[in-house]
Design a binder for this molecule. Sequence first.
Ligand SMILES: [Zn+2]
Ligand SMILES: [Zn+2]
Length: 498
Amino acid sequence: MLRIYNDLSRRLEEFTTREPNKVYMYVCGLTPYDYAHAGHGRSAVVYDVIHRYLTYLGYEVIHISNFTDIDDKIIERSNELKVNFKELAEKFASIYLEDLKRLNVLPLYAYPRATEFIPEIIEMVKVLENKGYAYEISDGVYFDVSKFSDYGKLSHRNIEELQAGARIEVNPEKRNPLDFALWKKAKEGEPSWDSPWGKGRPGWHIECSAMTLKILGNSFDIHGGGDDLIFPHHENEIAQSEAYTGVEPFVRFWVHNGMLNVNKEKMSKSLRNFFNLHTLLEDYDGEVLRLFYISVSYRKPLNFDLEGLEVARKNYEYLHNSYLELKKYLTKETSGTASIKEQILKWKEQFLNAMDDDFNTPVAISVLFEVFKFFNANKDSVSKDDLILLDSILGDMFYILGFDRIGVERNIDFSFKEKIEQILEEFLEVEDIKKELEDKDLADPVSVLNTLIEIRNKFRREKNFALSDRIRDGLKSIGIILEDTKEGTKYRLEATNG
Ligand SMILES: [Zn+2]
Ligand SMILES: [Zn+2]
């Protein structure tokens, strides 16, 4: 039974859904005025693991995340760079989406942009004004928090307590300092849209409500985001949404991830460089970074430092190499007879219990280490049948945690065996490739693939692009895509899920 910590109740709750077998899920996304930083990567991976685990449990997951493509920072930056605000936002949004692919984040159902929801936003603000929750002043339309009696329920504080702790810009026209802008009137030269209040643009909070109510409907299942968004952003989302629809709750489970902390004094120049997610992914494999991100509970803060990244790199190599070793044992003759079926099923149970406990990834990962420690010490004595069972259970674990490259290797060995053999035969008919293949490791499909990549890169270095392209295109024809990165050439399977 899956239990999730709900910030609304501040309790672990049994997870239930609005509709059977479906999870409607929203996570506050990026304001793409610049490169994403390492903290955005953590958030994306955290919710990806949740998405994967729910999928594993049999739910259809309708998961969306927004891009705030109009706001102060976007306007400021686009003025600085003298580019259109939309161009700027789309550029950094697409770089971010590429980075997420390298982190094995599954594609989402949709990535709505704030500017695609202007009519819905205007409609919401109009209704809130008509219902008496909103009022117009000289620079915009504001939500009156004193009219919403539940204001503060997510932060578990009342208006006075929230006000005491908040940094709020002074605006004498506002009725209450905590009142927030639903609609901002345009200043000279700003991008703007026509509205009943003249030209203007949405405030920050309203887009998330407009998008989710339209795409996911009332009382959807999970709303995620960093824990720095609880107040005021999510508090405001609840207020404006429930005031608008009259339906409570706006969201059934509020889930928040901890921050990625950087010790500012200790932050060396190189570490500062790494804090840029795009740069970080040039030096650290996406799966190493994933392991780093999920090595602590998603709700806890995580320290961002080079030591931590190096530990993740070593741990990942251990998992990966141990798995490659298991794979070898699966393809060769073995003489072991010991049955460890019960132990394997116990590991599976421990892993799933950890995930059921509010997605406790550090405990789940420790089970993986236990499995491989046992395997490395006992691989010669375990029966083939049990190694096969172990492999199939590991496949589920890798899927859930998102170590797809390891998963891809399983896939290549089992599902791509024939295709690889067939393409190898084709290549053996090309004299220059055949020569290179002599004496190379062709023991199993993954070895063949790695050998072909090696040969292709040799041709590339020799500027023999006809042959290097021939190998790349041949692999592409069977659904294996090569990608050249700073860490060398990697492969992935052609996406089949959009
Ligand atoms: Zn949001
Ligand atoms: Zn939100």
